[in-house]
Design a protein around this ligand. Structure first.
Ligand code: ZN
Length: 356
C-alpha cells in the first residue's frame, strides 16, 4: 500500500510538465479514482473536543484506507463517530494471519499516515500515546521513517527501544543491519526500527547543506522501501507494508512547487521499483494512491523540460477532489475505471489477503 500524501491529479500534472514525460504512476492500465471526504464532511455528528474540518485530514483519510471506516479528522484508527474503540487495521489483520507488517514514511514514524496503519488514538498530535501504541501494542516488524522531538525527547526512538526493537539511526547502520538478518522469520519475530534524522527527515531538495539526506546519512524513500521489503520477505507467510511519500503534502502546504515536484518524483520512482518487484511474482499486490490533494493546485503554463511550470494554488490546506489510484499484480484490476470511496481500498486489500 503506497500513499503519496497530498498527491492529487494536479501534483501529477505539474510533475509531468517538469519531467517532460508521463510518470510511472500514470503508465499502468489499472487505474481509477478515489473519493477522499471524511466523516466530518459526510455529516456525521462530531465529538465536541476535536472540531470540524470540512476537508479531510491525513489521519482520517489513512484510517479509512487502513480500516475501511470513515472517521472524523484527527482520529487514528478508532471508531469516531462510534464507540471510540480501536479499529483493527489491515496490518493487524495481516498479523492475525501470521504475516509480517511494516511502515515506511518520509514523515516521522507516528505522523498521521503511518500511525493510522499501526497505532490507535483519539488525537493525531499526541505523539507519545501513538508511539506507545505503535511500538508497545501493535508492534509492526519494521518501521523506517523520521524521528520526532517532544519536549527535547526523541519519543519514537524511546518507545521503540523500550519495546525491545533493534534501533537504527543512519543509512550506514541500516545497510550493516541488513547483512545480519536471519535466513527466515516464520514467526514474525524481527523488530526493526529505523528512525532517521534529529527531528524529521529532510526534503529531497534540501533547505540547506546541513539539512540534506547526504549530510545526515539518511536513506531515500526507495532505499527504505527496498530495505523494508527485504526484511519483511523473510517471513514465508508474506507481509503487508505501507509506504508513504509524506512530504508531497508538506511542500504543497507551503505552496513550494519545486520541492513538491521532487518529492513526487521520489515517490513515483519508489512505486516503479515496487511494482516491478511485484510483477515478477504471482502472489503480491501493489496499490498506489493519495489520501487527498493539498493546496488546490492547478497547472497554468508549462515552461519546458526541467523547468518549473507556472501554477496557481488555492490555499495552504487540503481539498476533497478525487485522487488517482493505480495497482499492479494480484487483483490489480479491482480499481480499473471506477471512482470508489477510500474505504474500498481496505476491502480490496482484505480480499487479497483472504485469497492467499
Ligand atoms: Zn496535509
Amino acid at each position: 500500500m503506497m500513499i503519496g500524501d497530498g498527491m492529487g491529479y494536479a501534483q501529477l500534472d505539474v510533475t509531468r510538465a517538469y519531467k517532460g514525460e508521463a510518470l510511472f504512476l500514470e503508465s499502468g492500465k489499472h487505474r481509477g479514482d478515489i473519493k477522499t471526504a471524511n466523516a466530518d464532511t459526510l455529516g456525521y455528528e462530531n465529538l465536541p473536543d476535536l472540531g470540524v474540518n470540512y476537508y479531510t485530514d491525513s489521519a482520517s483519510a489513512a484510517t479509512a484506507m487502513a480500516t475501511g471506516r470513515k472517521v472524523i479528522s484527527g482520529t487514528i484508527a478508532q471508531a469516531r463517530p462510534g464507540d471510540a474503540s480501536d479499529l483493527q487495521t489491515i496490518l493487524e489483520y495481516a498479523q492475525s494471519l501470521g504475516k509480517s507488517v511494516g511502515v515506511v514514511a518520509t514523515s516521522h514514524c507516528v505522523h498521521a499516515t503511518p500511525a493510522a496503519f499501526a497505532a490507535h488514538g483519539p488525537n493525531r498530535n499526541d505523539f507519545v500515546t501513538l508511539s506507545k501504541s505503535m511500538y508497545g501494542k501493535v508492534k509492526p516488524n519494521v518501521t523506517l521513517c523520521g524521528s520526532k522531538q517532544v519536549d527535547g525527547v526523541d519519543v519514537i526512538s524511546e518507545e521503540a527501544t523500550k519495546a525491545g526493537y533493534t534501533l537504527i539511526k543512519t543509512k550506514t547502520d541500516l545497510i550493516s543491519a541488513l547483512a545480519t538478518l536471519p535466513e527466515t522469520d516464520e514467526n514474525a519475530e524481527i523488530f526493526f526500527a529505523g528512525i532517521f534524522g534529529e527531528d524529521e527527515i529532510p526534503y529531497v531538495l534540501p533547505l540547506s547543506d546541513q539539512n540534506s539526506y547526504e549530510m545526515q546519512d539518511i536513506p531515500q524513500l526507495n532505499e527504505m522501501t527496498a530495505a523494508a521489503i527485504e526484511i519483511l520477505s523473510k517471513n514465508p507467510n508474506g507481509f503487508v507494508l505501507m509506504v508513504e511519500g509524506s512530504q508531497i503534502d508538506f511542500a504543497s502546504h507551503n505552496n513550494d512547487e519545486e520541492r513538491m515536484i521532487h518529492e513526487t518524483i521520489a515517490f513515483d520512482k519508489t512505486v516503479k521499483e515496487v511494482a516491478n518487484w511485484a510483477e515478477l511474482r504471482s502472489d503480491s499486490m501493489v496499490i498506489a494512491t493519495a489520501d487527498h490533494e493539498t493546496g488546490g493546485l492547478q497547472l497554468e503554463k508549462t515552461n519546458g523540460v526541467g523547468e518549473v511550470p507556472e501554477v496557481s494554488w488555492l490555499w495552504g490546506s487540503h481539498t476533497n477532489v478525487d485522487v488517482p489510484i493505480a495497482s499492479w499484480g494480484l487483483n490489480s484490476h479491482a480499481f480499473v475505471g471506477r471512482t470508489v470511496e477510500n474505504t474500498a481500498i481496505y476491502n480490496v486489500m482484505r480480499g487479497a489477503l483472504d485469497a492467499q
